[in-house]
Design a protein around this ligand. Structure first.
Ligand code: LLP
Length: 387
């Protein structure tokens, strides 16, 4: 929840604004790290979820590695304190420039997504006279039971190396003149996964693949099982963090690494989502024929998730309680952008709103700021960090 002192300050500031609760962020990261440490697991923070420099500083200071998907993410992660050799670099479309940068920086591993990419990394590494550490991303063909836009582990998705390319990948890595070192296997099946039986299935699949490699005489040092653990968007105050102890204990129970194998995770949303809220002001109340609209000064340009994935975010009026009675009204809460999908929530019950009221759209710390755009030539975002 947002404290009263902070609320008073928020009333002075320009909106729309991203509010970040840094004490909650630190508590979340520390709790996750402690739970992972218990089993000797490693966490790479998925920078794509939130690359705000201040957020990255906090996370790197607590000793996590990073999971990056572009050259600029790698540069920013290093600039904000992440160790280069703790960085994994994923993505189906790495450019030559990005590959060179990653090799120059000495990252932990490329998470390689196709045979052709592996060939190019090999060529570039040879030209640079360095070795490239690679993890092969394997598509485990598991349905993550989540929104289809954020499911990645099915055969129909573009992610991961296809089964029929795997033997060729191994041949390339093992060839005498290869500049490639196989350091891991990588899996990631999707995001916002709340049905944890999916992770059990993932563990069993990873065990099968690990055995497949071991049978070929290869014990990879790292099993990277990706991220994807879902958060509670309905009740961010009741459950501000995922139960990380249970999450890692599930992997400890079902995943069977060899003694010398490390287990790595790439967590994004679960580390940052509930630490952020988008704060907005009510511009106008429009009484329609069948419904009322609350028109905000924030829109899909500041938080795209509802428009893109029909994602639910809790919407709260944070006007001081004394100014609001008990009366409620039902609103469609919309933004100012010229798109019908620019809607944060339909039929939302809120105290009777007036122009100027402050609204918090909760759990916006992940895939919020990073997916914002300047469509309609919107103003740059404002920030408020609670220390
Ligand atoms: N590792 C890989 C290879 C990924 O593709 C992702 C997310 C992660 C880790 C981190 O997953 P997380 O722990 O955050 O679930 N924009 C969408 C989410 C896209 C997720 C993309 N990949 C959203 O707003 O829901």
């Amino acid at each position: 929840m947002i404290s009263t002192t902070i609320l008073e300050q928020l009333h002075q500031v320009e909106t729309p604004l991203y509010y970040y609760n840094l004490p909650l962020l630190r508590a979340t990261i520390s709790t996750a790290k402690k739970a992972a440490d218990q089993w000797g697991y490693h966490i790479h923070y998925a920078v794509k979820a939130n690359n705000n420099p201040r957020i990255l500083q906090e996370i790197s200071a607590l000793g996590l590695g990073a999971d990056c998907v572009s050259g600029l993410e790698i540069e920013r992660a290093i600039a904000q304190g992440f160790q280069a050799d703790s960085i994994v670099f994923a993505g189906v479309g790495k450019t030559e420039e990005e590959i060179r940068l990653a090799l120059n920086r000495g990252i932990l591993a490329f998470n390689v997504e196709s045979l052709e990419e592996l060939q190019i990394i090999n060529e570039i590494a040879k030209m640079m006279n360095v070795q490239a550490s690679v993890a092969l991303r394997i598509n485990p063909n598991i349905d993550a039971n989540t929104h289809h836009y954020i499911t990645t582990g099915l055969d129909e998705n573009k992610f991961g190396i296809m089964m029929h390319e795997l033997e060729d990948c191994l041949a390339l890595i093992c060839a005498g003149e290869s500049a490639l070192i196989l350091v891991g296997l990588h899996f990631h099946i999707g995001s916002q996964i709340t049905d944890w039986s999916v992770f059990k299935r993932l563990c069993l699949k990873v065990n099968e693949w690990n055995t497949w490699f071991i049978e070929r005489g290869i014990v990879v040092p790292i099993l990277n099982v990706g991220g994807g653990v879902g958060i509670n968007y309905q009740n961010p105050d009741g459950e501000p963090m995922v139960n990380f102890s249970d999450f890692f204990a599930l992997f400890h129970r079902f995943l069977e690494p060899k003694r010398e194998q490390q287990v790595h995770f790439e967590l994004g949303r679960s580390l940052v989502a509930n630490c952020g809220s988008l704060i907005s002001r009510v511009l106008y109340i429009k009484k329609g024929i069948t419904k009322n609209f609350a028109i905000l000064d924030a829109g899909m340009t500041e938080l795209l998730r509802p428009a893109l994935y029909q994602a639910y975010h809790k919407i709260q009026c944070i006007a001081p309680a004394e100014t609001k009675g008990d009366a409620k009204e039902i609103y469609d809460v919309v933004g100012p952008i010229c798109e019908s999908s620019d809607c944060f929530g339909k039929k939302v019950s809120l105290p009777v709103l007036v122009r100027g009221d402050l609204i918090a759209i909760r759990s916006a710390g992940a895939y919020g700021e990073v997916m914002s755009s300047r469509y309609n030539l919107r103003k740059p975002l404002q920030f408020y960090f609670e220390e």
